[in-house]
Design a protein around this ligand. Structure first.
Ligand code: B12
Ligand code: SF4
Ligand code: SF4
Length: 311
C-alpha cells in the first residue's frame, strides 16, 4: 500500500459519472503512464520463479511476438455472409471456443488512444481449464490464465494470418496488456454473453471461465446480435461471487459508471487483494454458470422460465 497513489481507481473508471465517455487507462498499461503503475511493477517483481509459470510466460510471449504473415497482393472477394461464416470457421479451427462479430465503436477505445480505422471487431472466447481455475488464488490458476492468454493470442493471430493470405489486412490483439480498447463491451455486442455481477462476462456454455481476444478487420461482415439468456436477471438474485470475494469488492447493486448503470467491481478493494494474491479469479470460479454441467442446466432453466412467463 506504500505504492498506492492519491487517486482512486474508481474515480479513473468514472464511478458516479452520469455522462457517457471513453474509458481511461487504469491498469495493464505502460506503468509510467498510469497512477497505479508502481503496483503493476510490484506484481511482476513478486511472482515467484515457478518453472511452469516461467515456461507459460515464455510461451505467451512467443505467441504475442510471432510475426504476422505478409499481406497477399490479390484480394479474395466474397459476400458479407460468406466472409462472416468463413471467419468463424477459421477462428474455431485456430483454437477459439466461440466467435462473434461487432462493429468497432469509439466508446470502446481508451482515452488518449487513436480509434482504430477498421470497421469490425471479431471477438474470440477461449475457455479456461475449470479444474485449474477453481484452485484460485494459486500458482496453478495463474499458470492457466497465462496459458489461455497464449491460446487467445494464437487464435487471433491464426485468423489474422489467414485473412492476410486472402489479401485482407487484419490486426490481432490478445492481451495480457490492456492495449487500446476494452474487450467486454464489444464481446457483449458480438453475442458472446452478458456482464455478470462479478464484472466479467458470462457465456451460455463457458460460464465466466473464459478469456477474450479479438481481430480488427475491414472485410465486409455481418454483425451478430446480443445473447441475452437471462444472466443479468439471475445476478440480481444471486450473491455467490460477492460473498466469496475476500476483500468484498463486488458491489451488490448496479451502479452508474460513465453514463450507464451496470454491475461494478470496486477497483480500490479488488486490486490490493489481486496483487497480494499474485492474481485472483475466485469470482470467476465460484460463479454457478462456470461450473461444468451446472451452467448449461441453469441456462435451460432460465429459458424455460422465460417461455412460461411469455405464455
Ligand atoms: C485492467 C483490467 C483489470 C484490472 C482492473 C479492472 C477494473 N474493472 O478496473 C484488474 C487487475 C483489477 C483486473 C482483474 C480481473 N480481470 Co481484468 N482486465 C483488465 C483489462 C486489461 C482492461 C479493462 C479495464 O481497463 N477496465 C477498467 C474500466 C474500463 O473498468 P469498468 O468501467 O469497470 O469496466 C469493466 C466492465 O464493466 C466492462 N465494461 C467496460 N465498459 C463497459 C460498458 C458497458 C455498457 C458494459 C455493460 C460493460 C463495460 O469492462 C471492464 C472490465 O474491467 C481487460 C482486457 C481489456 N482490454 O478489456 C481485462 C479483463 C476485463 N479481465 C478479465 C478477467 C478475467 C479478470 C480477473 C478475473 C482476473 C483473472 N485472473 O483473470 C479479475 C476480475 C476482477 C475485476 N475487477 O473485474 C477478462 C474478462 C473475461 C470475461 N470472462 O469477461 C478480461 C477481458 C481479460 C481477457 N483478455 O480476457 N482486470
Ligand atoms: S456468482 Fe451469481 S451474482 Fe455473481 S456473476 Fe455469477 S451468477 Fe451473477
Ligand atoms: S478478482 Fe478476487 S478480489 Fe477481485 S473481485 Fe474477483 S474475487 Fe474479488
Amino acid at each position: 500500500m506504500r505504492e498506492w497513489p492519491a487517486v482512486s481507481g474508481n474515480a479513473i473508471n468514472g464511478v458516479g459519472e452520469a455522462a457517457v465517455r471513453r474509458p481511461s487507462p487504469v491498469y495493464w498499461h505502460p506503468p509510467e503512464s498510469i497512477p497505479h503503475g508502481k503496483l503493476q511493477l510490484w506484481f511482476y517483481q513478486h511472482t515467484p520463479p515457478d518453472p511452469a509459470l516461467l515456461e507459460a510466460r515464455r510461451d505467451r510471449q512467443a505467441a504475442v511476438e510471432a510475426p504476422l504473415d505478409p499481406l497477399a497482393e490479390t484480394k479474395v472477394e466474397r459476400s458479407a455472409a460468406e466472409w462472416s461464416a468463413e471467419v468463424k470457421r477459421v477462428a474455431l479451427e485456430c483454437g477459439a471456443d466461440d466467435v462473434g462479430i461487432a462493429p468497432m465503436r469509439a466508446e470502446y477505445v481508451f482515452e488518449g488512444h487513436p480509434v482504430p480505422p477498421q470497421r469490425w471487431m471479431v471477438m474470440i472466447a477461449v475457455g479456461h481449464s475449470y479444474q485449474e481455475l477453481r484452485t484460485a488464488p494459486s500458482m496453478r490458476s495463474l499458470i492457466d490464465v497465462t496459458r489461455q492468454y497464449a491460446r487467445g493470442n494464437r487464435a487471433a493471430k491464426g485468423l489474422a494470418n489467414w485473412l492476410r493470405r486472402q489479401g485482407h489486412d487484419a490486426v490481432p490483439y490478445g492481451g495480457p496488456m490492456a492495449g487500446s480498447f476494452v474487450l467486454i463491451p464489444p464481446a457483449i455486442e458480438a453475442g458472446l454473453g452478458e456482464l455478470g455481477k462479478h464484472g466479467s462476462m458470462i457465456h451460455r456454455k463457458l460460464g465466466a471461465s473464459f478469456r477474450l481476444a479479438c481481430v480488427l478487420t475491414d472485410l465486409p461482415l455481418l454483425p451478430d446480435s446480443r445473447d441475452d439468456f437471462g444472466a443479468d436477471e439471475f445476478c440480481a438474485n444471486c450473491r455467490v461471487c460477492a460473498d466469496a470475494c475476500p476483500p468484498d469488492a463486488i458491489l451488490k447493486e448496479k451502479t452508474m459508471v460513465r453514463g450507464e448503470r451496470r454491475w461494478y467491481v470496486d477497483f480500490d478493494k479488488c486490486l490490493p487483494y489481486f496483487n497480494e494474491a499474485l492474481s485472483c479469479a475466485i469470482c470467476l470460479a465460484v460463479c454457478p454458470f462456470s461450473r461444468p454441467g451446472v451452467g448449461e442446466r441453469l441456462v435451460d432453466k432460465l429459458a424455460r422460465r422465460r417461455r412460461r412467463a411469455a405464455e
